[in-house]
Design a binder for this molecule. Structure first.
Ligand SMILES: [Zn+2]
Length: 289
C-alpha cells in the first residue's frame, strides 16, 4: 500500500472546501493529494491556467502512424459513446460540441450520423488533422474564452479532458450555460487512484497520472459531486467501452478489465463499477419548467 505521509494543509478542496489532505503519490516535485473529506485527488502545486494551456500546444502526436494508433485506441469508446448519446437524446441529429476533440475522430463519427458538430482543441496538430481529413473547423481557444451563445448545443462531450483542466467546476458551469435545457453532457474520465494505491511503489514506473498532466483524478462519487455543483441532474455513470492499446502487452488488460467491468456492472443491476477502469458519466441540464 502507498505509505500515507502525514496530512498537510493545502488550499481548500475544489469540491468540498475541506482543508486537509493526504499525499498518495509523489513524482519529482509533484504530489498528488487526496482530500480527507470527499476523496478528490488533485495535484500540488497547481499549475496556472496559462501553464496548463502551454502544455497542450504540441501535446498530440504528429506522426501519421501514431495518429492511426490513437484512432484505433479510441474506437471502442467512440462507438459506445455514439450509441449512449443517440439512445438518450430526443433530438437526433442535433448540435454537438466536443471539448478537447483531439484529431476529430468522435466529431467525424457524429457528423456521419448527420449531427452538426463543433470542436475545441488547443493542440495545433489535432485541429489541422480534423480540417484536412474531416473538413471540420475547430476552435483553438479554451471554452471559457469563446463566449459561445447560451442554450445552443444539444450535447457537449469531454473525452479524457476533465482531469486536465485547472478548474473543472468553471468548465462544467460553462458547459451547462451553452447547453439547451434538457441537453446532455457526456464525460469520459480515467479512474487512476485505485490502481496507484493497489500497485504502491510500483506505480512510480508507470506514472499513471501522466504527471503533471492530470491535475485531478475523479471517482464515481467526486465526479457526481462536481457535476451536481454545476447544476446537472439525472447523473448516470456507465462503463462506456474501453480503450484499445496499440500494442498487445497493454491491449489485453484493457480488453479484459473493460469487459469484466461491463459484466460486473450488468450483473449488479447497473450499480457496481470496477475501480480503476475509465468510466463514462452522462447528465442533463434541467428542462425549463
Ligand atoms: Zn474535498
Amino acid at each position: 500500500m502507498v505509505k500515507k505521509i502525514k496530512n498537510i494543509r493545502m488550499a481548500p478542496c475544489l469540491l468540498c472546501g475541506f482543508n486537509s489532505s493526504a499525499v498518495i503519490y509523489r513524482k519529482d516535485t509533484w504530489q498528488y493529494l487526496q482530500c480527507n473529506n470527499c476523496g478528490l485527488v488533485s495535484i500540488y502545486p497547481k499549475l496556472s491556467e496559462t501553464g496548463v494551456l502551454n502544455n497542450y500546444e504540441a501535446y498530440l502526436p504528429t506522426d501519421i502512424l501514431e495518429i492511426k494508433k490513437w484512432k484505433k485506441m479510441m474506437r471502442p469508446v467512440i462507438e459506445t459513446s455514439v450509441r449512449i448519446i443517440r439512445s438518450r437524446t430526443k433530438i437526433d441529429p442535433g448540435r454537438l460540441l466536443d471539448i478537447g476533440c483531439g484529431f476529430g475522430f468522435f466529431l467525424n463519427a457524429m457528423k456521419q450520423n448527420h449531427w452538426e458538430v463543433a470542436g475545441i482543441e488547443i493542440s495545433k496538430g489535432g485541429r489541422q488533422y480534423a480540417k484536412d481529413h474531416y473538413d471540420i473547423d475547430i476552435y483553438s481557444k479554451p471554452l471559457e474564452a469563446l463566449s459561445l451563445p447560451d442554450s445552443y448545443f444539444d450535447v457537449v462531450t469531454l473525452f479524457y479532458v476533465i482531469e486536465h483542466v485547472a478548474d473543472p467546476i468553471t468548465v462544467l458551469n460553462e458547459v451547462n450555460r451553452i447547453l439547451k435545457p434538457g441537453g446532455l453532457v457526456l464525460i469520459r474520465w480515467p479512474h487512476t487512484t485505485p490502481i496507484v494505491k493497489l500497485l504502491g511503489p510500483l506505480s512510480k514506473h508507470l506514472d499513471l497520472y501522466h504527471t503533471p498532466y492530470h491535475l485531478y483524478d475523479f471517482s464515481k462519487q467526486t465526479i457526481k459531486q462536481a457535476i451536481t455543483l454545476s447544476g446537472f441532474t439525472g447523473i448516470e455513470t456507465l462503463v462506456g467501452g474501453y480503450t484499445l492499446a496499440p500494442d498487445w502487452i497493454n491491449r489485453w488488460p484493457s480488453i479484459v478489465f473493460g469487459l469484466l467491468g461491463e459484466l460486473l456492472f450488468r450483473l449488479s443491476g447497473r450499480k457496481f463499477h470496477l475501480p480503476g477502469i475509465s468510466k463514462t458519466t452522462v447528465a442533463f441540464k434541467p428542462s425549463e419548467p
